[in-house]
Design a binder for this molecule. Structure first.
Ligand code: SF4
Length: 126
Protein backbone atom coordinates (compact mmCIF):
# COMPACT_ATOMS: atom_id res chain seq x y z
CA UNK A 1 0.00 0.00 0.00
CA UNK A 2 1.28 3.41 -0.90
CA UNK A 3 -0.16 6.84 -0.09
CA UNK A 4 -0.07 9.67 -2.61
CA UNK A 5 -1.58 13.13 -2.67
CA UNK A 6 -3.25 13.79 -6.01
CA UNK A 7 -1.88 17.05 -7.45
CA UNK A 8 -4.17 17.25 -10.47
CA UNK A 9 -6.53 19.75 -8.86
CA UNK A 10 -6.53 21.89 -5.68
CA UNK A 11 -8.69 19.43 -3.71
CA UNK A 12 -5.62 17.22 -3.22
CA UNK A 13 -7.29 13.88 -2.47
CA UNK A 14 -5.23 11.46 -0.38
CA UNK A 15 -4.94 8.37 -2.55
CA UNK A 16 -4.28 4.89 -1.21
CA UNK A 17 -2.70 2.77 -3.92
CA UNK A 18 -2.42 -0.99 -3.82
CA UNK A 19 0.39 -1.89 -6.20
CA UNK A 20 0.01 -4.97 -8.34
CA UNK A 21 3.25 -6.74 -7.49
CA UNK A 22 2.25 -9.73 -9.62
CA UNK A 23 2.50 -7.59 -12.76
CA UNK A 24 5.66 -9.02 -14.40
CA UNK A 25 5.87 -6.24 -16.96
CA UNK A 26 5.38 -3.52 -14.31
CA UNK A 27 2.55 -1.93 -16.26
CA UNK A 28 0.59 -1.41 -13.02
CA UNK A 29 -2.59 -1.49 -15.10
CA UNK A 30 -4.41 -3.35 -12.33
CA UNK A 31 -3.42 -1.27 -9.35
CA UNK A 32 -6.30 -0.36 -7.10
CA UNK A 33 -6.81 3.24 -6.08
CA UNK A 34 -9.09 4.51 -3.30
CA UNK A 35 -9.64 7.99 -1.89
CA UNK A 36 -10.01 9.66 -5.29
CA UNK A 37 -13.06 11.86 -5.81
CA UNK A 38 -12.84 11.60 -9.60
CA UNK A 39 -11.31 9.31 -12.26
CA UNK A 40 -8.38 11.65 -12.83
CA UNK A 41 -6.96 10.47 -9.51
CA UNK A 42 -6.62 6.92 -10.85
CA UNK A 43 -4.84 8.18 -13.97
CA UNK A 44 -2.54 10.32 -11.81
CA UNK A 45 -1.73 7.43 -9.43
CA UNK A 46 -0.93 5.09 -12.31
CA UNK A 47 1.37 7.63 -13.96
CA UNK A 48 3.00 8.59 -10.66
CA UNK A 49 3.93 4.97 -9.97
CA UNK A 50 4.81 4.01 -13.53
CA UNK A 51 6.62 7.16 -14.75
CA UNK A 52 6.40 10.20 -12.47
CA UNK A 53 6.61 13.61 -14.14
CA UNK A 54 6.67 17.20 -12.93
CA UNK A 55 6.26 20.65 -14.44
CA UNK A 56 9.61 22.38 -13.90
CA UNK A 57 9.97 26.03 -12.91
CA UNK A 58 13.27 27.90 -12.78
CA UNK A 59 14.90 31.20 -13.69
CA UNK A 60 17.39 32.12 -16.42
CA UNK A 61 20.13 34.71 -16.35
CA UNK A 62 19.61 37.95 -18.27
CA UNK A 63 22.57 38.75 -20.48
CA UNK A 64 24.10 42.22 -20.46
CA UNK A 65 23.18 45.36 -18.59
CA UNK A 66 19.53 46.19 -17.94
CA UNK A 67 17.69 49.11 -16.47
CA UNK A 68 15.84 46.74 -14.18
CA UNK A 69 16.63 45.42 -10.77
CA UNK A 70 15.38 42.13 -12.21
CA UNK A 71 18.38 39.95 -13.07
CA UNK A 72 16.65 36.71 -14.02
CA UNK A 73 13.70 35.63 -16.18
CA UNK A 74 11.24 33.13 -14.65
CA UNK A 75 10.54 30.15 -16.89
CA UNK A 76 8.38 27.04 -16.81
CA UNK A 77 8.02 23.88 -18.85
CA UNK A 78 4.89 23.77 -20.97
CA UNK A 79 4.46 20.08 -20.17
CA UNK A 80 5.69 17.81 -17.37
CA UNK A 81 9.21 16.35 -17.49
CA UNK A 82 10.08 12.80 -16.34
CA UNK A 83 11.43 13.19 -12.79
CA UNK A 84 14.72 11.42 -13.51
CA UNK A 85 15.47 13.89 -16.34
CA UNK A 86 14.80 17.07 -14.34
CA UNK A 87 18.45 17.62 -13.23
CA UNK A 88 19.66 17.49 -16.87
CA UNK A 89 16.87 19.84 -17.95
CA UNK A 90 17.75 22.29 -15.16
CA UNK A 91 21.42 22.20 -16.24
CA UNK A 92 20.36 23.30 -19.73
CA UNK A 93 17.98 25.94 -18.38
CA UNK A 94 20.66 27.42 -16.11
CA UNK A 95 23.10 27.61 -19.04
CA UNK A 96 20.72 29.93 -20.95
CA UNK A 97 21.52 33.63 -21.19
CA UNK A 98 18.45 35.61 -22.16
CA UNK A 99 18.51 38.92 -24.01
CA UNK A 100 15.71 41.38 -23.22
CA UNK A 101 12.99 42.10 -24.11
CA UNK A 102 11.06 38.92 -23.40
CA UNK A 103 7.33 38.29 -23.44
CA UNK A 104 5.35 35.77 -21.43
CA UNK A 105 5.21 32.63 -23.56
CA UNK A 106 8.48 33.21 -25.43
CA UNK A 107 10.05 29.78 -25.90
CA UNK A 108 13.75 29.51 -24.99
CA UNK A 109 14.06 25.75 -25.41
CA UNK A 110 11.83 23.91 -27.91
CA UNK A 111 11.28 20.15 -27.77
CA UNK A 112 14.08 19.59 -25.25
CA UNK A 113 16.08 16.47 -26.25
CA UNK A 114 13.13 15.27 -28.33
CA UNK A 115 10.97 14.91 -25.20
CA UNK A 116 8.34 17.34 -26.47
CA UNK A 117 9.12 19.72 -23.61
CA UNK A 118 9.22 23.46 -24.29
CA UNK A 119 10.64 25.94 -21.78
CA UNK A 120 8.95 29.32 -21.89
CA UNK A 121 9.05 32.67 -20.11
CA UNK A 122 6.37 33.23 -17.49
CA UNK A 123 6.88 36.99 -17.28
CA UNK A 124 7.18 39.90 -19.68
CA UNK A 125 10.30 42.00 -19.10
CA UNK A 126 11.08 44.86 -21.48
S1 SF4 B 1 -8.79 12.73 -7.50
FE1 SF4 B 1 -9.91 14.21 -8.74
S2 SF4 B 1 -10.89 15.54 -7.22
FE2 SF4 B 1 -9.26 14.46 -6.13
S3 SF4 B 1 -7.45 15.81 -6.26
FE3 SF4 B 1 -7.35 14.37 -7.99
S4 SF4 B 1 -8.30 15.47 -9.68
FE4 SF4 B 1 -8.93 16.52 -7.81
Amino acid sequence: MRSLTCIVCPIGCLLEVEEDTSSPDKTFDNLSVTGNRCPRGVVYAREEIRAPKRVVTATCKIEGETEHSVRRVPVKTASPCPKEKIPALLDDIYRLKITLPVKTGDIFIANWKGEGIDVAATRTIT
